[in-house]
Design a protein around this ligand. Structure first.
Ligand SMILES: CSCCC(=O)/C(O)=C/O
Ligand SMILES: [Fe+2]
Ligand code: NI
Length: 181
């Protein structure tokens, strides 16, 4: 189930609230400039599906998002629990960073957890199949795919290097609960 938990950034042990209803999640995230939407992601992906297969299956979503927001490039991040590089992949986005453009992701399989650091709060967003999230350019955040990653996300970019993370050097991510699915 998708959810949002909001914490003060200085006290990870004292959450301010948890939301599981779409309208409430959207309202709280929209208030900090984050888009959160639901798309139809009911197409099941075969185990060996390539990036092109996934993009073809979800062409309706890809075309619509490109037309609406001017994205030029898309790719697919798909990691299954048996991936021998899972631990390394998890580490890649597990520290606070920013990007030079917005970070739009559509979860089309499985789940993963975004942590958005805005003002003096951390917004922990568990995204599941069908969730679309767009983190604004420059917003501090990190992403945890969990110890047994199982997700596929379509990623949208304006520039080819839009995915590159600029790490803040702040150890805040280590103080917050991990996504332990
Ligand atoms: C959910 S897609 C993989 C994570 C990613 O692309 C990113 O930029 C996390 O911040
Ligand atoms: Fe990112
Ligand atoms: Ni990021």
């Amino acid at each position: 189930m998708s959810s949002l938990t909001i914490y003060p950034d200085a006290t990870p042990g004292q959450p301010l609230g948890t939301y599981t209803e779409l309208d409430a999640i959207r309202r709280e995230l929209n208030a900090i400039g984050v888009r959160f939407e639901r798309v139809d992601a009911s197409i099941l992906l075969p185990e060996g599906a390539s990036q092109d297969d996934v993009l073809a299956a979800y062409k309706h979503v890809v075309d619509a998002e490109k037309a609406k927001h001017g994205y030029n490039t898309v790719d697919v991040a798909r990691i299954k629990p048996d991936n021998p590089n899972a631990a390394q992949a998890r580490l890649k986005f597990l520290s606070e960073h920013t990007h030079s453009e917005d970070e739009e992701r559509v979860m089309v399989e499985g789940s993963g957890c975004f942590y958005l650091h805005a003002q003096d709060r951390v917004y922990q967003v568990v995204c599941t199949r069908g969730d679309l999230i767009s983190v604004p350019e420059g917003m501090r955040h990190w992403f945890d795919m969990g110890p047994r990653p199982d997700f596929a996300a379509i990623r949208f970019f304006i520039r080819p290097d839009g995915w590159v993370g600029n790490f803040t050097g702040d150890g805040i991510a280590d103080r917050f609960p991990r996504y332990e699915t």
